[in-house]
Design a protein around this ligand. Sequence first.
Ligand SMILES: NC(=O)c1ccc[n+]([C@@H]2O[C@H](COP(=O)([O-])OP(=O)(O)OC[C@H]3O[C@@H](n4cnc5c(N)ncnc54)[C@H](O)[C@@H]3O)[C@@H](O)[C@H]2O)c1
Length: 455
Amino acid sequence: MVQMKPMSSSSYSHLVDDIPSTPGKFKMMDKSPYSHHRLFKWHSSLTKLTFWSFLFLGLIFFFFLRSPPPPPHHSGADPSSSSSYPRRHLRNYSWGGPTWEKRVRSSARVRSRNGISVLVTGAAGFVGTHVSAALKRRGDGVLGLDNFNDYYDPSLKRARQALLERAGVFIVEGDINDDALLRKLFEVVAFTHVMHLAAQAGVRYAMENPSSYVHSNIAGLVSILEVCKSANPQPAIVWASSSSVYGLNTKVPFSEKDRTDQPASLYAATKKAGEEIAHTYNHIYGLSLTGLRFFTVYGPWGRPDMAYFFFTRDILRGKPISIFEAANHGTVARDFTYIDDIVRGCLSALDTAEKSTGSGGKKKGPAQLRVFNLGNTSPVPVTELVNILERLLKVKAKRHIMKLPRNGDVQFTHANISLAQRELGYKPTTDLQMGLKKFVRWYQRFYAGGKKSSV
Ligand SMILES: NC(=O)c1ccc[n+]([C@@H]2O[C@H](COP(=O)([O-])OP(=O)(O)OC[C@H]3O[C@@H](n4cnc5c(N)ncnc54)[C@H](O)[C@@H]3O)[C@@H](O)[C@H]2O)c1
């Protein structure tokens, strides 16, 4: 809190001096001692009035600047998140200048033979942080880009940023819709690859803030593809789609050949739209594009709006948790996929991506267009997830069984990963028991105040 210092009389006298006078009136009043006394009283009360008015206006201005925007009505999955109203519109981020460019160049510099230079969007996010750290570890050049929005607690994003900073990865603060910033980044660095992970995630939140999904997942994707198609050389792009594109599909396990035209949420619809947009840019401009359909990714540094994360928090706080069940007591299950497996899939997608064929906005020949499921192939009922958490936390959960609401969640997800296995050598190795053990260890360390865990 800023302390308001009382003003000395000399410091507010100039405020009085600034009041425009009416010539003539003062002259008349000057004549009698009585009027002089009245003038003095009037002048002093005017001084006081002006002082209080300025103080009052000053306070309004001060609180206006400090006040948070209206609350988000965030009744979604993360009720205790400290997030306030998400600011979706393009903010003024400061970027540019010789020091900034030097940081950009240094972060994106390749340090190993045959290394690649990757722009990672959404780098302060859960998957983005892990992918950026893994690329950096093997000597690739990595530059992050993130707008640090407050869909969930931004301090977690800041902690991830600090972690990447220590690893030598600079995250540029900006929006993927900022064309000028994107063009500048490609001017400074000739990226060979873009790992596009920035998006508005979450299924239920789409009912509260639909435009944020259009802004980041559709307009933002187009903005990224526009800069990539104009770049010379064009980079290859790997981007995050989602298992949610399978929507109401009931054929299991979900295969890339299955229908994806029945999305159950706006989030899913924007990811599906992304896949079609990717097709267009591949077709017209020769961009090499690989979409990855992630299946419920979890692990250390995860997302607070996801069930495994807020179940952990609420179980530890002794708060009841809501567990959904489908009609007729049907089981709700997810193909939970551990973050390290997802990271390996991402790196392999980058490594096997062929070059884009166009340059400077002109297609020169057909380019690669791929879509892969990255899942774990073994769906686990959410009730089992809670059983494991109870054992790991040594606390009994207060279970509150509820009907699965029809606001975007599907009853189950189950990945067929044979295509990724064949083409990417993708092979998940962490089961839910082991993965949650690692998550819980991180959670307890991170929220015990350390906040310096490693990836
Ligand atoms: N985690 C999962 O289970 C899962 C499942 C399927 C798909 N995905 C997809 O994977 C990607 C990464 O997901 P995550 O779990 O790491 O989510 P996340 O929310 O932790 O990360 C996304 C990051 O993108 C940033 N961002 C959002 N809009 C932006 C914009 N307009 N400009 C710049 N930055 C922006 C956010 O600040 C955030 O840090 C997303 O595209 C998501 O839709 C994730």
